[in-house]
Design a protein around this ligand. Structure first.
Ligand SMILES: [Zn+2]
Length: 244
């Protein structure tokens, strides 16, 4: 299990199972490519060159220069590199993998940056706007992008797996940079009480995921994602109140 696979199961079991069986791979979204581009800039020059090479058609215009999204990504990278606090928060060993067991299932995590001396780890996130509000069914209220993308959940799981490996709870930080021009930025910390809720949530959801993954229970379709839209066959009409 990984945090992204868990989130994928919550979003759509049918698509996740289809992907796990290797029958379907969602195309790399533009946002995902921009994300890897920005991340690789803080990993190593080799990693950055690798991403540039892999996605050169997406990044570079045929007549030279980069597409607007990547010019923006370059501004985001510069914004972080020019900020002392953000760079302190990102200071550590990049892209470290750990494994552990939580709720009877093996997990694998990849930490953007971990600093064993300071007992902290950090994750770099790109977002639209630091202060935008998103409706969250999980929390039953408007939240920031951090909750909306389940980053508190991610930090809670990472914190537990890192503890299993090091014997200690490390402090998580998110270094956030926005897609605005000029980009906004922030280093975010978490009140530790937030992690209890996330771990209870993981424990509550994991049995169903295990059962679907082992093909004990039939995966449910979300009827919203790209996979469900592509494979949908209508069999009934719905009242407008069921749309939201
Ligand atoms: Zn779906």
């Amino acid at each position: 299990m990984s945090v992204s696979q868990f989130k994928s199961f919550i979003a759509c079991e049918a698509r996740t199972m289809y992907e796990l069986k290797g029958q379907y791979k969602a195309p790399d979204s533009q946002a995902l490519i921009v994300g890897s581009y920005v991340h690789s800039a803080f990993e190593s020059p080799e990693a950055f060159a690798e991403v540039e090479e892999k996605y050169s058609d997406t990044i570079y215009k045929k007549r030279g220069g980069k597409y607007a999204d990547f010019e923006q990504a370059d501004r985001m990278i510069e914004t972080i590199k020019n900020d002392r606090l953000a760079m302190i928060a990102l200071d550590g060993e990049p892209e470290q993998m750990y494994t552990g067991n939580l709720y009877g299932i093996d997990w694998k995590i990849k930490v953007d940056s971990i600093n064993h001396g300071k007992r902290r780890f950090s994750d770099l996130k790109t977002t639209q706007d630091l202060h935008k509000r998103y409706w969250s069914d999980k929390y039953g209220k408007f939240t920031s992008f951090v909750e909306a993308w389940d980053y508190v959940f991610q930090m809670a799981i990472y914190r537990e797996i890192i503890k299993q490996n090091t014997g200690e709870y490390y402090t998580p930080y998110i270094v956030a940079v926005t897609k605005e021009n000029p980009p906004n930025k922030s280093v975010l910390e978490f009140d530790p009480s937030r992690f209890d809720f996330e771990l209870e949530y993981a424990e509550f959801k994991i049995e169903r995921i295990k059962s679907v993954k082992s093909e004990g229970e039939k995966p449910e379709r979300c009827e919203k994602c790209d996979f469900c839209r592509r494979t949908k066959q209508l069999s009934n009409v719905i009242e407008i109140g069921d749309l939201i």
